[in-house]
Design a binder for this molecule. Structure first.
Ligand SMILES: *Cc1c(COP(=O)(O)O)cnc(C)c1O
Length: 364
């Protein structure tokens, strides 16, 4: 028998979440962001659930090829654009739209030999300071692109640093609007947090929105608002089973570094899941976990292949009992990935993306 750990992807949840994102930005076209292998879920596994998207956005050219191989004929956007000149040939061949964020990418386009002009999204650095032209250089970049026969339609794009939190988007929105207001073309600025939290504003929804984490059922602004409060459903369940049970007495410790010490009799279960499966090692004692669909907590340090859990709320649970690390238990109980991430000092994004290759994956 294989080790009992299993990840389950829920396409129906992805489809629900896509519709949820649409409701928040009903008049915009929606890019389904599937970078990082659909945030760890597997592009092929979520593809059917995303069919109603208006476009597929990603970073990696090999992933773009996979999406075309799946039969996707609609737009595909390379969110970081091309990485070297010959990538432009693949853009022509596969009809990929691409972001232009620096002068070098314009140089490459100017030198590119193509029969078919390419659709580009000109990226503004409106305050994030990762990719893009600053507002002061944006218009000249546009003018350069606009003069190239290699370039078809030019759209305008920026990315928010604080759409999920108190600082918000107003300062970046203002910079973007000022520099683009009289330029002709479509706009694309909102990520998941902006769609959910600021989608009520027409200047945020614009022509296109970019939905990433929302599709996978994690709240971009947890714990301020939970996935359930946003009406999002978990797209991934990570489950395993108890493989052993130990009875501790007062003063007994558990695991490496004796991080946890029992202050009285305590039954604990040993779960076949560790950091080599993608469970976060920094999840300290007290991280929520479901045993038989009943909420309890981890105790002690996460090791490579195992974690240990408090069985007090489930006195009947023994070896073989179902354990839900995140997602949906057999009895329907939910454990949001965001709660586990928070206990480990990180975000749901990281846990999804870090699901380890050794974990078998199925779909329901
Ligand atoms: C990843 C990414 C997104 C999606 O972000 P979410 O927070 O997951 O919605 C949007 N835009 C760009 C440029 C990205 O790289």
């Amino acid at each position: 028998m294989p080790r009992p750990i299993l990840a389950t992807i829920h396409p129906a949840a992805v489809q629900h979440n896509l519709e949820r994102a649409r409701r928040a930005a009903p008049d915009a076209r929606l890019w389904a962001v599937v970078k990082a292998n659909a945030y760890g879920h597997g592009i092929e596994r979520v593809f059917e659930a995303l069919r109603s998207a208006d476009g597929i956005a990603l970073l990696d050219l090999a992933e773009a090829q996979r999406v075309r191989q799946l039969g996707w004929r609609g737009p595909i956007l390379l969110l970081e654009g091309v990485f070297e000149p010959r990538d432009l040939e693949l853009c022509s061949r596969l009809s990929l739209w691409h972001v232009v964020h620096c002068e070098q990418q314009i140089d490459w386009l100017a030198a590119h030999k193509t029969q078919v002009p390419q659709r580009v999204f000109l990226k503004m650095n409106s305050g994030m300071n990762r990719l893009g032209f600053t507002p002061g250089r944006y218009r000249s970049a546009w003018a350069r692109l606009n003069a190239l026969p290699q370039v078809d339609e030019i759209s305008f794009m920026t990315h928010f640093s604080d759409a999920d939190s108190a600082r918000g988007i107003a300062h970046q929105l203002q910079a973007f609007e000022q520099a683009t207001q009289d330029l002709p073309g479509e706009r694309c600025i909102a990520n998941s947090a902006a769609i959910l939290r600021h989608g009520g504003a027409a200047e945020v929804r614009l022509d296109w929105v970019r939905a990433g984490i929302v599709l996978y059922g994690s709240a971009p602004d947890h714990p301020e608002r939970t996935a359930a409060a946003w009406d999002l459903q978990p797209a991934m369940t990570l489950a395993s089973r108890l493989i052993a049970v130990q009875q501790l007495q007062a003063g007994d410790s558990v695991g490496y570094g004796s991080r946890f010490m029992a202050d009285g009799p305590l039954r604990i279960g040993v779960v076949a899941c560790g950091y080599a499966d993608g469970y976060p090692r920094h999840a300290d004692t007290g991280t929520p976990v479901l045993v038989g669909g009943v909420r309890t907590r981890t105790v002690g340090r996460v090791s490579m292949d195992m974690i240990t859990v408090d069985l007090t709320p489930v006195p009947d649970a023994g070896p073989g009992a179902e354990v839900t690390l995140w997602g949906r238990a057999g009895n329907g109980a939910l454990l949001p990935i965001d709660e586990v991430a928070q206990a480990a000092g990180t975000v749901g994004y990281e846990l999804m993306c870090a699901l380890a290759p050794r974990v078998p994956v199925t779909m329901d």
